[in-house]
Design a protein around this ligand. Structure first.
Ligand SMILES: [Zn+2]
Length: 485
């Protein structure tokens, strides 16, 4: 037992202390699931596990509250296993070592697993508490949230009878989350016409780098540069008639990251390189001027490289530039319901030259299903205009904010009473399990809230200790209030 087991609320921290000793990386939830099942069976509660490994524990209402509507509580069982390079730690075996750092609990060089371990521990505490006043509860523990929400995706929605859900996976005290974005990727395959490279020519590698990048959803509103689009724009703007042939274009590496780097292979006839390089320098200077505040470290580097066997035809090169310049990137629409929230966006994420094909990956997001379709149809239209083939991957649904939700109103009342402050209503431009659960269980009224957790998914992850007690008090007060309706 570690020092955290002594903290209040004891039931919650006691379970969290045990969680620190149970390996629970994504897709390795076997042991943590057994722990949840053992706690439930000690209480004699009914449990159900679906084919994906998600668990529902049913806890009957406290005496006299049987008539209240069912409330679903939800947290995910898995955590992100990350450690500092200089730390010896085997996540499949070693317990996480908690460390108190001022008013925060953190771990020794590893992630702490407060995301979403505090939520899991709170639910286990509620499950065991015989004095709490509440209506009928369904406690849903999902698996594998952190690597693509696959637990929620595989959820058997028929396990849930309740139609109001409290997700406990939020990380900012004082806020309540009421929406998230859905997302879907589109792949574009553009055929390239190639020719033998000219013999008296020099090949250059033109590289744009030093951009910030960031998360394609959570950082898209920052309007940082997209290396792919900016390099394509510079090459596209180089005055027609300037000598040079394209032979390759590459950039980006993940669908959910804004590309930080892009490079092109350009072949220039002997004696004409200086003119091309001067044009590129001018174009870079113009772009840098536009982006200098957000991308001060952006740089363009040109180096001589080995000559490629083939070059693209002039028509193909123009088509590539036009495609990359025309594809949407960035914020496409802001929410009308929540000020400052990005509703729809797209990320021009990855470009690769694969033989005679240019492959482009884009990733789009929206809280509104029809708007996601709209931005994807725009991408498809641009690609088809360029003569490319399009593959649209299956996406995941968003959660459109419902600012008139009865559950939200109730939460706001209880929040005001318990904390003396107004809860800030927010939505995130990224995927959450609620988006998927809402699709699996139509008519589910949902909100998400939690304690103050900072730097999740990194070895700096920490939870503000006092916020956990306040979170639990808020949660139990809310359950008590919900037991009356
Ligand atoms: Zn989480």
């Amino acid at each position: 037992m570690s020092f955290v087991a002594q903290w209040d609320p004891k039931a919650l921290w006691g379970h969290f202390d045990t969680l620190l000793t149970i390996p629970r990386g994504s897709k390795e939830e076997q042991r943590i699931r057994e722990y949840v099942l053992s706690v439930a069976s000690r209480q004699g509660l009914e449990v159900q596990v679906d084919a994906t490994g998600n668990v529902v524990v049913r806890k009957p209402a406290s005496p006299g509250r049987e008539g209240a509507a069912i409330t679903v509580l939800q947290s995910h069982l898995d955590m992100v296993n990350e450690k500092n390079a200089d730390v010896e730690h085997d996540f499949s075996r070693d317990p996480i070592q908690p460390r108190l750092e001022g008013e925060y609990l953190t771990a020794q060089g590893t992630t702490l697993g407060a995301d979403n371990g505090i939520g899991v521990a709170a639910m286990l505490a509620i499950l065991e508490d015989r004095t709490l006043v509440h209506g009928p509860l369904e406690l849903l523990f999902t698996v594998d949230e952190e690597t693509g929400l696959t637990g929620a995706r595989g959820l058997d929605g028929s396990m849930l009878r309740g139609r109001r859900l409290l997700n406990l996976d939020s990380e900012e005290e004082g806020t309540v989350t009421v929406g998230c974005a859905g997302g879907a990727d589109t792949e574009i395959f553009l055929p390239l016409e190639t020719l033998p490279a000219p013999s008296r020519a020099q090949a250059y590698q033109v590289q744009l780098s030093g951009l910030h990048g960031g998360h394609s959803g959570l950082d898209i509103h920052l309007q940082r540069g997209n290396a792919i689009q900016l390099l394509a724009r510079m090459l596209h703007s180089v005055r027609p008639g300037t000598p040079g042939y394209m032979a390759a274009f590459e950039g980006g590496n993940k669908h959910n990251a804004i590309p930080r780097e892009a490079r092109a292979t350009v072949v220039i006839p002997e004696g004409q390189a200086a003119e091309f390089l001067r044009h590129m320098d001018n174009e870079f200077a113009r772009v840098w001027e536009e982006y200098r505040r957000v991308e001060p470290d952006m740089r363009l580097e040109v180096s001589e490289g080995p000559p490629p066997p083939k070059i693209w035809s002039t028509d193909s090169a123009w088509t590539v530039f036009r495609l990359l310049v025309a594809l949407p990137h960035g914020v496409a629409a802001m929410s009308h319901d929540i000020a400052g929230l990005v509703e729809t966006s797209s990320n021009l994420a990855v470009v690769r030259t694969e033989g005679e094909t240019l492959r482009v990956l884009t990733s789009s997001r929206s809280a509104v299903a029809s708007a996601l379709e709209w931005i994807r149809s725009k991408i498809r239209a641009v690609a088809l205009l360029a003569g490319a083939r399009v593959e649209e991957h299956e996406g995941y649904p968003g959660w459109k904010p419902d600012v008139d939700s009865p559950l939200l109103k109730l939460f706001q009342e209880v929040h005001r009473r318990v904390t003396g402050t107004e809860a800030r209503v927010v939505a995130v431009h990224a995927g959450l399990e609620c988006g998927i659960i809402g699709e699996k269980v139509p008519g589910m009224d949902m909100i998400s809230f939690g304690p103050q957790i900072e730097f999740p998914h990194s070895p700096r992850e920490r939870v503000k200790v006092a916020s956990v007690e306040r979170f639990y008090r808020l949660l139990t007060a809310l359950l008590e209030e919900m037991a009356t309706r």
